[in-house]
Design a protein around this ligand. Structure first.
Ligand code: HEC
Length: 151
C-alpha cells in the first residue's frame, strides 16, 4: 500500500510537471507559427517592393491585411512565464529579457502593430506607397529580434 501511495504520488507529480511543460511547448509552437505568418506575408510584400514579383493591388492588400490580423492576434496565452530559452533551452529562441524588460517589450510590439497598420493602408494604394511602408515593418521585426531573440 505504501509503495502504491508513493507511486501514485510520483505519477501525480510527473503528470503535473509534464502538463505544465506541454502547455509551454504548445505556447512556443503557437507563437513561432504566428511569427511565420508574419514572415510569409512580409515576403509577399517584400517581393513586390523589390520587383522580384509584379505588383498586384489585390495580392498586396490581402497580404497586408493578413499581416495586420496576425499582428493584432491575441497573444495572451503564447508567452507564459518560464517559456524562455534558458528554462526551455533548445525549444525556443525567446530570451528571458522578454519577460523582464517592461514596458520596452510592449513598445517594441506597438511599433510593429503601427507599421503593419500603415502597410495595410499603403499596400493597396500603389507600388510606391507599398515600398514606402516596407522599411518601418522590417525595422520593427528587427527592433524586437535584436534584444529578445537568440541568434
Ligand atoms: C515584439 C517582438 C517581436 C516582433 C515585433 C517580431 N518578432 Fe519575430 N520573434 C520574436 C521572438 C521572441 C522570437 C522567438 C520565438 C520563440 O522561439 O519562441 C521570434 C521568432 C521569429 C521567427 C522564427 C519562428 C520559428 O519558427 O522559430 C520568425 C520567422 C520571425 N520571428 C519573423 C518575424 C517577422 C517577419 C516580424 C515582423 C513582420 C517579426 N518576427 C516581429 C519576437 C518578435
Amino acid at each position: 500500500m505504501q509503495i502504491l501511495k508513493t507511486g501514485l504520488c510520483a505519477a501525480v507529480i510527473l503528470t503535473t510537471f509534464s502538463t505544465a511543460s506541454f502547455a509551454d511547448e504548445a505556447a512556443i509552437k503557437a507563437r513561432q507559427g504566428l511569427m511565420r505568418i508574419y514572415a510569409q506575408n512580409l515576403a509577399i510584400l517584400g517581393g513586390m517592393a523589390k520587383g522580384t514579383t509584379e505588383y498586384n493591388k489585390e495580392t498586396a492588400s490581402a497580404a497586408a491585411a493578413r499581416l495586420l490580423q496576425a499582428a493584432t492576434f491575441d497573444q495572451n496565452v503564447m508567452w507564459p512565464q518560464g517559456s524562455d530559452n534558458v528554462a526551455m533551452a533548445g525549444k525556443t529562441a525567446a530570451k528571458p529579457e522578454l519577460w523582464s524588460t517592461f514596458p520596452a517589450v510592449m513598445e517594441s510590439s506597438k511599433k510593429f502593430v503601427d507599421a503593419a497598420e500603415a502597410m495595410n493602408t499603403a499596400a493597396g494604394t500603389d507600388l510606391a506607397a507599398l515600398q514606402g511602408a516596407m522599411g518601418a515593418v522590417g525595422a520593427s521585426c528587427a527592433g524586437c529580434h535584436k534584444p529578445y531573440r537568440q541568434k
